[in-house]
Write a new protein. Sequence first.
Length: 282
Amino acid sequence: MPGKLYLCATPIGNLEDITLRVLRTLREVDLIAAEDTRNSIRLLNHFEIKTPLTSYHEYNKIDKAYVLAEKLREGQNIALITDAGTPGISDPGEDLVRICYEEGIEITSLPGAAACITALTLSGLPTRRFSFEAFLPKEKKERAAVLEELAADTRTIIIYEAPHHLIATLKELSAVLGDRRITVCRELTKKYETAFRTTFDEAVAFYEAHGVRGECVIVIEGQSRREQIRKRQEDWLSLTIQEHLAYYTDSGMDRKSAMKQVARDRGVGKREIYSQLLSNES
């Protein structure tokens, strides 16, 4: 019989956050695949777990995934752990999961700590709808495109950032998104955990004066729907009536329906649009 892949969530700081089910699984599997064996060996030693350990990280994630898949097909059970938190969330575990599905290997996920959810619930910002971006892309064009999308997102936004990049990232976010309410969560679940409820500009001033330590999660207020509508109207108003109408008629909408939609976009009555069109055509 083929083995099973277990995605095992590990603590993000406080070792007491590991679950009994994860501890039992880590003891019972044949092999543990870890993102950084140097970090993971400390966790395993703390709980006196002697299961063999192998590395699975960003730089061997595809080749090693097929090696692990072969071991699973041979009947071994394997646990995947990350440096901290839930495997597959902002780490190479997602590639191993995809390849295991392609190979017909059974997978299960053992829930536990996740920095993004911990920060969201601690933030004091709306939790019903949220967007998780992990670390922003490093490539300039891709980063700019992501930031542009986030600027119009009405959901609460969650971003990871390293302490030495935090101030620059806060400035960049403020420039694109505007000065919004945010919560900067640091050292989650650890002794010096903080949740700093503030704004982009206030956070920049504070961290420039006091410095930054510890891994950070930035939780950002989404754009309000009222602001979203206002910005859309500004975009439409930058067009002439004829250009606005042509936007819809060129896409196949009949003229009468297009006039109604133009009126809605601009926040005016249909008669006003009709009058302006007549005036411009005469």
